[in-house]
Write a new protein. Structure first.
Length: 291
């Protein structure tokens, strides 16, 4: 058997949990011929309340694990890791093309805004890093960026409290409680300060948040455009593959999933987020990442 071409190697993607699957979904839509290795660090989710040093440490461990699978490109499908760890990752893994999720969303926000008042929601760590503000200001000094931490969204989404649009398949039983109403009331409180600033663009600064995009859209109404970083990241991945001559010519693609905690919940909720049944999933011990 001949040597495998670099273009036929898989894309490696990691996130703290389920959220990065919104990025996987958009990559599948845009690049259906690409093999994917996904690592969800579900035993240590969320990253958004961790210190900078821990976030960097976990991100390096995740990257080393994916490199054991001979990946051709890394996608950091976690806004928190993108905000704190990407510069370190690029310094350590110099030969590895790396795509993060902050820059694509920030650039699209600038292309979309008309009044240059941009809102960003994300985890506490992402908001604390001011990563979106730094990138937006780098490209447009007159833009005003209003940021709001929304930490309760991630654990709720990890529990499967997502838009009804994701519940049209038989992946799980319908929730018996009105989770949509609870998330909506929470979102109203979170988004109130941003709406008061008259923003015309809202950036979903966490890859979990596309799962509740329609709920958020109802609250901000038509006057505010929502930027989905998952969609923008997939476009960036395609550009990077084209640039490095790494686009796959495979007719069929495989996706493998690894998690660091019980895969049952990941399989159920993840199947909803991907809109396809997750089958090839394996649990690994956190100690495997620490070696």
């Amino acid at each position: 058997m001949g040597k495998i071409s670099s273009s036929e190697l898989p894309i490696g993607i990691f996130d703290s949990g389920l959220g990065g699957l919104t990025v996987v979904k958009e990559i599948i839509n845009l690049l259906p011929n690409e093999d994917i290795i996904y690592l969800g660090d579900t035993a240590r989710v969320p990253y958004g309340n961790k210190s900078k040093d821990i976030i960097i440490k976990y991100s390096i461990q995740n990257t080393k694990f994916l490199l054991k699978h001979n990946i051709k490109l890394l996608v950091v499908a976690c806004n928190t890791s993108s905000s704190y760890a990407v510069l370190k990752l690029k310094k350590i893994f110099k030969e590895l093309p790396i795509v993060e999720v902050v820059t694509p969303g920030a650039k699209t926000a600038l292309k979309t805004t008309k009044n240059y008042k941009i809102g960003v929601i994300g985890t506490k760590a992402t908001i604390r890093s001011r990563s979106y503000e730094k990138i937006i200001k780098k490209f447009c000094k007159k833009a005003k960026v209003y940021m709001q931490a929304t930490p309760l969204f991630v654990p709720l989404i990890e529990e499967g409290w997502v838009d009804e649009v994701y519940k049209n398949k038989n992946y799980t039983q319908q929730q018996r409680i009105n989770h949509k109403n609870i998330i909506k009331q929470l979102a109203i409180e979170y988004l109130k300060p941003l709406k008061n600033q008259n923003i015309d663009v809202l950036v979903l600064g966490c890859t979990h948040y596309p799962a509740i995009k329609m709920i958020l859209k109802d609250i901000v109404a038509n006057k505010v455009e929502i930027v989905d970083s998952a969609i923008e990241t997939a476009k960036e991945v395609k550009e990077m593959l084209v640039k490095n001559n790494l686009l796959s010519n495979k007719k069929t693609a495989k996706i493998k999933f690894y998690v660091t905690d019980d895969p049952h919940n990941f399989k159920i909720i993840g199947s909803m987020l991907l809109n396809k049944k997750i089958r090839n999933i394996r649990k690994i011990e956190v100690s495997m990442l620490e070696t």
